[in-house]
Design a protein around this ligand. Structure first.
Ligand code: ADP
Ligand code: MG
Length: 245
């Protein structure tokens, strides 16, 4: 593809003898927004974790921003700089304030001067609508607020690609919307390439260019959201959708 920012070709991965990714082929264009869904254990997390080398694949090739994923640490570092990730369980540093969580990477990794890092951090906290929480510790915030801090923290590293792994599934129901709203806003205003593992169909319909369905380590079906949800083709997709909708 002409402007592919991520290109996975015939990717296979095993955990020991367990074949977790089977001939995965995925090309993502710059600015594209992809939602990945599928049953628990189908390999969704593994797939996106291969994109920033939190997991290693054994066969096939993964190219991110023109850099092929190899064991060369320089390449891994370069790719990680371009790829931000938000996890189900926030992963904030509990002993650092919100502002310190946000400025740690920019100051130590990007060598941004502290004052600039703090000004940037405040800008992103405004974007996720919690500038008033800057001096609190993660434990003093609600789950929804902590997840928005985690999103802001990723944005502070100025990534080109954002990966989200079920960012709302650990949240109480009343906090899901505030996090999804922030993500919708990010998708619509930033033009950033986003891959999001989620079963939030309203989010997928609102922002996704493409929905990908995985089962047993394979990409089974993919389509634009309306076509995907209204006219699924594969029996396994139909079964899955009938269980979550
Ligand atoms: P999903 O995110 O779709 O729920 P995962 O990618 O987390 O699926 O996992 C796919 C399968 O691989 C699951 O059966 C899981 O138990 C297994 N698995 C995940 N991580 C590991 C690991 N580090 N070692 C062994 N098996 C793993
Ligand atoms: Mg998962």
């Amino acid at each position: 593809m002409a402007d592919a920012i991520i290109s996975m070709k015939d990717v296979n991965k095993w955990y020991g003898k367990f074949h977790v990714l089977r001939n995965v082929n995925l090309e993502v264009t710059r600015g594209e927004r992809i939602v990945i869904c599928g049953p628990s254990g189908s390999g969704k997390s593994t797939l996106i974790r291969c994109i920033n080398r939190l997991e290693e694949h054994q066969q096939g090739s993964i190219v991110v921003e023109g850099i092929e994923m190899t064991n060369d640490l320089k390449d891994v570092e370069a790719i990680r700089r371009d790829v931000g990730m938000v996890f189900q369980h926030f992963n904030l540093f509990p002993h650092l304030t919100v502002l310190e969580n946000l400025t740690l990477g920019p100051i130590w990794v990007l060598k941004t001067p502290k004052a600039k890092a703090e000004a940037d951090a405040m800008k992103y906290l405004e974007r996720v609508r919690i500038p008033d929480q800057a001096n609190k510790y993660p434990g003093q915030l609600s789950g929804g607020q902590q997840q928005r801090v985690a999103i802001a923290r990723s944005l502070c590293m100025a990534p080109k690609i954002m990966l989200f792994d079920e960012p709302t599934s650990a949240l109480d129901p009343e906090m899901v919307k505030e996090v999804l709203d922030v993500m919708v806003n990010l998708a619509q205003e930033s033009g950033m390439t986003m891959l999001c593992v989620t079963h939030e169909m309203s989010f997928a319909r609102k922002v996704a260019d493409r929905v990908i369905f995985m089962d047993k380590g394979e990409i089974i079906e993919q389509n634009a959201p309306d076509a995907f949800f209204d006219h699924p083709q594969n029996e396994r997709t139909k079964l899955f959708l009938s269980q979550i909708l």
